[in-house]
Design a protein around this ligand. Structure first.
Ligand code: ADP
Ligand code: MG
Length: 489
């Protein structure tokens, strides 16, 4: 996995190799701001090698002869290995991202679960017999789309990789995976186990590097059939434009500004916890973060006070401390980005809590849980994704206002509604323009259920049977049953 010089290598065609240019880049520990590892930096030449290996593996290698059952076996083996190594994977994930170890353990458990789910689903993808005329038999066959480029972010590094690898492999695709440059380490650990799980060389390749020099060449490459991307909306748009050149199939899971809506009749304790959990889990570095907290006016002052008091008890600390509920944000770049929004927020709304770096930390990219209130939905802190521990609280008067404010956003990833009135709950659920709607909860994510966004939060769906469809083509087969079918000349 590492070169003699201690650099984490790339994984191409079944081997750990240096980057063609011999370059490497540092990866940081966000809690200490120290360099954690050096990682080989892939450029276009490395991407080309990885894509060609994936192409060969898809077209002519043993993988091309694989059966759904054999692919299921490989995925079950990979899942089992992840379970055996859960503690070490979670520790590396926590150290590299800054997330609390307890959350990291949950992430890695979910990684194993997603491999297990798609291992099971691999053997359950039937085709169809189409009801055409009596003198023909018409079939639709499900076939793998080909070489899939998988470009993932840094907030849930191995889990976002698994959400893509698992359905891609179950479908029979081959892959070029690009982890985020901030957090490549757990994907490199996983790469160690591909061969022993029974994945032939070239089936999964892992290249590390930066967006423009390593991600973009994957999107541009003519031998890549599909791109699955999770990341910012800005880069998602760039991928659609660049991918158009070779008409890539593209699925996108992008940003959000998800409303977390509280009606006066909702359970009080659950609501206060739900508002905080919705935005402060994983330091707020969550695409589905409940970053807009919409509160019915009759409970609004009391609610702002209650979430502020409770947020004061959220324990910030070292990622490996089991009592820690929030760690640092992932990088200096992200820290600066959030700081910029804190300054903007102070001009747009009132500050109930936080608003900067907590005094007790000398090092580390820590940001205090921050609550802005009395914000208007037109404020930048209500419209733009901050991707950090920053909540924007907005009052509303009646149900129709709540829906209107909730939907007044270019995004549409997720939303949550808290109420005990089932008539209201279902009315609101039906009107929300979001791909995921939670009722009396926020953030639970189930591998069996579809995940993805409306509007500028993306296109396509991950997880469940929807997830594997995005890696499948449909082939129509028309079988003539008529001895002399044409009879035209
Ligand atoms: P962030 O700004 O939070 O880092 P990004 O959307 O930039 O989020 O990054 C998500 C992933 O997309 C990372 O793996 C990153 O390297 C990659 N990426 C960034 N820019 C591009 C690009 N132009 N083409 C392809 N991938 C990119
Ligand atoms: Mg970026």
């Amino acid at each position: 996995m590492k070169s003699a010089a201690g650099v984490y290598q790339l994984y191409i065609d079944g081997e750990f190799v240096d980057a063609a240019g011999g370059r490497s880049f540092p990866v940081y520990n966000p809690a200490t701001e120290e360099v954690l590892a050096e990682v080989a930096e892939a450029g276009a030449a490395d991407v080309d090698r990885a894509v060609k290996a994936a192409r060969r593996a898809f077209d002519t290698g043993p993988w091309a002869q694989s059966t759904p059952a054999s692919r299921a076996q490989a995925l079950f083996k990979l899942a089992a290995k992840v379970r055996v190594e859960l503690a070490s994977l979670a520790e590396v994930e926590a150290i590299n991202t800054g997330k609390p170890i307890v959350e990291a353990e949950g992430d890695i458990d979910a990684v194993a679960e997603v491999f297990e789910y798609y291992a099971g689903l691999a053997t359950k993808i039937p085709g169809l017999v189409n009801p055409v005329s009596a003198n023909a038999l018409s079939l639709s066959l499900k076939e793998p789309i080909g070489v899939a480029g998988l470009i993932v972010p840094w907030n849930y590094p191995l889990l976002m990789a698994a959400w893509k690898l698992a359905p891609a492999l179950a479908a029979g695709c081959t892959c070029v995976l690009k982890p985020a440059e901030q957090t490549p380490l757990t994907a490199m650990m996983l790469a160690q186990w591909f061969a022993e799980a029974g994945l032939p060389p070239g089936v999964v390749n892992v290249v590390n590097g930066f967006g423009e020099s390593c991600g973009a060449p994957i999107v541009d490459h003519p031998l890549v059939d599909k791109i699955a991307f999770t990341g910012s909306t800005a880069v998602g748009k760039e991928i659609v434009k660049r991918g158009a050149e070779t008409l890539k199939r593209v699925t996108l899971e992008l940003g959000g500004k998800s409303p977390n809506i509280f009606f006066a009749d909702a359970d009080w304790e659950a609501s206060v916890d739900g508002a905080l959990f919705g935005i402060f889990i994983n330091q707020g570095e969550v695409c589905s973060a409940g970053s807009r907290i919409l509160v019915e006016r009759s409970i609004y002052p009391k609610f702002v006070e209650a979430i502020t008091e409770k947020a004061k008890t959220i324990r910030l600390g070292a990622p490996l401390d089991r009592e820690t509920k929030m760690g640092p944000v992932v990088s200096k770049e992200q820290y600066d980005r959030v700081q910029k929004y804190l300054a903007i927020g102070k001009t747009e709304a009132k500050l109930a809590l936080g608003g900067g770096r907590p005094a007790e930390f000398e090092k580390g990219w820590y940001i205090a849980p921050t609550i802005f209130y009395d914000a208007d939905n037109s404020a930048r802190i209500a419209r733009e994704e901050i991707f950090g521990p920053v909540a924007t609280v907005i009052p509303f008067d009646v149900e129709s206002d709540a829906v209107q404010i909730a939907n007044d956003t270019p995004y549409g990833l997720a939303a949550a509604v808290w109420s005990r009135d089932i008539f209201r709950v279902f009315r609101v659920v039906k009107q929300l323009r979001a791909g995921i709607v939670w009722v009396n909860h926020m953030q639970p994510t189930c591998v069996e259920a579809p995940w993805g966004g409306y509007k500028q939060s993306g296109s396509g769906r991950e997880l469940g049977p929807w997830g594997i469809e995005e890696y499948l083509e449909t082939k129509q087969v028309h079988i003539n049953l008529n001895e002399n079918p044409i009879g035209w000349y």
